[in-house]
Write a protein that binds this ligand. Structure first.
Ligand code: 13P
Ligand code: SF4
Length: 310
């Protein structure tokens, strides 16, 4: 049954000159058929580089919008238009306009997990893999409004030591729910393991407080975790992020052990995408994600800056 579905998807991709771009949190069968698998920054870069006419975004809505902004000539499809993001929903354009009024000279840095309308009101976008670099590229005397993720923002403040960053109080419900105690208990079960933590996690500060003799902690994006695990001499890793990433970590490193810091860390939005919905997306050309030209023109500037910062 699944083989037939995969064959159908392959044939439809050829017919429509389409590629499938999947995020590292997608369910296993989708990761396995993706033409490209990566973190938010890598997906944006790949969308821009691809020669295909149709991009099927196996991920969440803001990722499809990002691809549409960067590639206006390509048809961008999301297999389920309800695949949203609890973090992106924590700020509305009206709220951002009010915040900007309080700090009229501030530079607005928006995490890529935001709507196109928020990006259009921003100066820079960033992802978890380049947030520190993006902030460091900004004049240190300028105030910065960093949104919407409080934990990523706090990590950027900690790493850049900048005093003039104001951080929005948003969170991803999946990462925020990875509790300190559960993470610490998991680490204690695996002496000698390294701890890999996504900066959206509420447990980041606690992870950094773990003495290195108990576990080395690294704060990394999903692609950052993948490249770190490839080269680290450690054999066991406790991973604090959405559990979909474990599939790729295990596949790429069959001799190493990867344990979820919290087994329940599953993003319901990423898991709304299925092979059937991808087949239907290709078969019926649904659901088209197209950002209006007025919003696109403004949102392209911060996104181009994000893609340019390595
Ligand atoms: P990255 O893949 O950029 O690390 O982001 C994680 C995430 O939560 C995407 O929604
Ligand atoms: Fe959004 Fe969190 Fe899901 Fe990522 S894991 S898509 S931030 S809800």
């Amino acid at each position: 049954m699944q083989d037939t579905l995969i064959e159908e998807i392959r044939a439809l991709k050829i017919k429509h000159n389409a590629v499938i771009l999947a995020h590292n949190y997608e369910p296993e069968p989708i990761q396995d058929i993706a033409d490209f698998l990566g973190d938010s920054l890598a997906l944006a870069r790949w969308a821009k580089k691809s020669k295909a006419e149709v991009l099927v975004l196996a991920g969440v809505y803001f990722m499809a919008e990002t691809a549409s902004i960067l590639c206006p000539d390509k048809e961008v499809l999301i297999p389920d238009p309800d695949a949203g993001c609890s973090l992106a929903d924590t700020i509305t354009p009206e709220q951002l306009i009010l915040w900007k009024k309080q700090y009229p000279h501030a530079v607005v840095v928006s995490y890529v997990n935001t709507s196109a309308a928020i990006k259009a009101l921003s100066d820079y976008c960033c992802t978890s893999s380049n947030a520190i670099k993006v902030v460091e590229s900004i004049d240190p005397d300028r105030d910065i409004l960093f949104l919407p993720d409080f934990f990523l923002g706090s990590h950027v403040v900690r790493m850049t030591k900048r005093k003039n960053i104001h951080v929005w109080n948003g969170e991803c419900h999946v990462h925020a729910a990875i509790e300190n105690e559960v993470m610490v208990n998991t680490v204690r079960h695996y002496p000698g393991a390294e701890l890999l933590v996504h900066p959206e996690c509420g447990c980041t500060t606690r992870a950094l407080a773990i003495p290195p003799k108990e576990a080395e902690s690294r704060i990394l994006s999903t692609d950052g975790m993948l490249s770190y695990a490839r080269t680290s001499p450690a054999s066991t890793f406790v991973v604090a992020t959405e559990v979909g990433l474990l599939h790729r970590l295990r596949k790429e490193n069959p001799d190493k052990t990867f344990v979820a810091a919290h087994d329940d860390a599953l993003c319901p939005f990423m898991n709304m995408i299925s092979l059937e919905k991808i087949r239907d997306a290709l078969r019926y050309g649904q659901y088209v994600v197209k950002v209006s030209p007025a919003v696109r023109t403004k949102a392209l500037i911060p996104l181009e800056r994000m893609v340019a910062v390595g």
